[in-house]
Design a protein. Structure first.
Length: 152
């Protein structure tokens, strides 16, 4: 394992052991529940969005593997203070990072610490773990939110 891979692994383990923004916001303006029935990942995402469309606070709560919990921790840390439009664009870049081989250095720079999860693409069964909370954010911010989404 390269030194850089070791640092990435440490960051993922740190966010799994001590997830940031872990809990439920009350009150919250937006909510979604994401479930991956095949592996058991199960998270609720709550947001406080200002009237002008800025994510003021974000949180997630639930249970799952180290990849899904780290993804939720990194995501909530990355989206606070951003506009809904910027968060949805970040979500698209992140999901592309997980599945595309054409990710650019610009994409990685915009994603910052989120790029640590790029290695998940080597394990296709784990891509859904990393994507689950992002799909929940997408649902929570959509005008036709279904409240519970599934990766299956």
């Amino acid at each position: 394992m390269s030194r850089l891979d070791g640092l990435y692994q440490q960051l993922i383990l740190d966010h799994n052991k001590s997830p940031r923004n872990f809990g439920k916001l009350d009150p919250h303006s937006h909510y979604s529940h994401g479930v991956n029935p095949l592996c058991g990942d199960d998270y609720e995402v709550t947001l406080q969005v200002s009237p002008d469309g800025i994510i003021e606070k974000s949180a997630f709560v639930g249970s799952g593997c180290a990849i899904s919990k780290s993804s939720g921790s990194l995501m909530t840390s990355a989206i606070e203070g951003k506009s809904v439009a910027d968060v949805l664009a970040l979500k698209d870049r992140f999901l592309n990072l997980l599945i595309c081989d054409t990710v650019t250095e610009d994409d990685r720079a915009v994603l910052g610490k989120l790029a640590v999860l790029e290695g998940v693409k080597k394990f296709p069964a784990r891509v859904k773990c990393a994507a689950l909370v992002w799909r929940a954010i997408e649902d929570a911010l959509s005008e036709s939110a279904v409240q519970t989404i599934s990766t299956e």
